[in-house]
Design a protein around this ligand. Structure first.
Ligand SMILES: [Zn+2]
Ligand SMILES: [Zn+2]
Length: 318
């Protein structure tokens, strides 16, 4: 499978500001030497070697992750604002232009996880089928509710595509496009589910956003360690710094330090920091990642866990 990140921001879509762009240009000019600017190749090489926070951005769209299965089928986790560019990309790849289908898994229905649905062009195209899965029995009602005319000009029944809804219990699993998908409830206001995708060759991807694991939760972490155990990739809610997480108890999110602890205990191979706070700029995101890597080195220097921070455009192949 290929995992692609289209929205990595939590809570609220966050556009980069003109001042932030100006700041990046200033930094680039400070770093460039005359030799870097001699030829198109030297410029390309210079740009490619700049940190992401200077040459680009982690991104401001909210939660949306694509799984492209080995059979080239599409599974989408959550419909934050990142779903809009994903829809355009699918169509540019010749998918979902009519008489095609894909699957959605919804973790929960907070705005930052559903707001892109009405801007997903394939949902308007007759012949397309959206197979929608969730552990919430009323997910259809919730999605309909954001499209009543007091909130949005087009209603759910006016969409051209076919939507099929499947509820499955946390204690069961479903088979979708060759993947076995299981779920686990996590602590979050209003409830939320983590989903685990296992492909036939045994490679496992766990998506666990909007989940509060605090110091108290670590005392009863056993069932979660079993659930995460041995995952090839674990995407984890790390909205707060450790200090913020101590102040924002019951806000429903975790810190990178706790995520690192849990990932190491669970023998996870790659931890992806996710659901970035809207107040964090790109330089702060670099720091969050560096601190998590430093924390891992201090706690267990020989542990093979890899840590990356999610950004729009990140692709991981399993
Ligand atoms: Zn969220
Ligand atoms: Zn949430």
């Amino acid at each position: 499978m290929i995992i692609r990140f289209w929205g990595v921001r939590g809570s609220l879509a966050t556009a980069i500001t003109a001042q932030q762009v100006e700041q990046k240009i200033r930094k680039v000019l400070e770093l460039a030497s005359p030799a870097d600017l001699l030829t198109p190749e030297s410029i390309e090489n210079f740009v490619r070697n700049l940190p992401l926070s200077i040459r680009g951005t982690y991104g401001g769209n909210t939660t949306c992750v694509e799984i492209q299965t080995d059979e080239n089928k599409t599974i989408i986790i959550d419909a934050g604002t990142g779903l809009r560019p994903l829809g355009n990309s699918l169509m540019a790849r010749g998918k979902m232009t009519g008489m095609d289908e894909l699957a959605f898994f919804f973790t929960h229905s907070h705005w930052d996880h559903i707001q892109g649905l009405m801007f997903f062009v394939p949902i308007f195209i007759p012949g397309n089928t959206l197979n929608i899965f969730s552990c919430f029995e009323d997910i259809e009602t919730r999605l309909r509710y954001q499209m009543v005319q007091t909130h949005f000009p087009i209603t759910f029944d006016e969409l051209g595509s076919t939507r099929n809804f499947t509820h499955f219990a946390e204690t069961s699993s479903v088979s979708v496009y060759g993947m076995t998908v299981s779920a686990k409830s996590v602590r979050h206001p209003g409830g939320c589910y983590s989903y685990k995708f296992k492909q036939p060759n045994g490679k496992t991807f766990v998506f666990c956003s909007d989940a509060e694991f605090n110091l108290e939760a670590l005392a009863n972490i056993g069932p979660y360690i079993d659930y995460f155990f041995g995952a090839d990739v674990l995407v984890f809610d790390t909205q707060y710094t450790f200090e913020e997480s101590l102040q924002k108890i019951d806000w429903g999110h975790s810190s990178a330090a706790i995520a690192t602890d849990i990932a190491m205990k669970s023998q996870v191979k790659k931890l992806v920091l996710y659901h970035h706070d809207p107040s964090y700029d790109d330089a702060k995101m670099d720091k969050v990642l560096m601190q998590a890597i430093k924390y891992k080195s201090m706690m267990e220097p020989d542990h093979p866990l890899q840590i990356v921070a999610a950004y729009e455009g990140l692709e991981i192949e399993l």
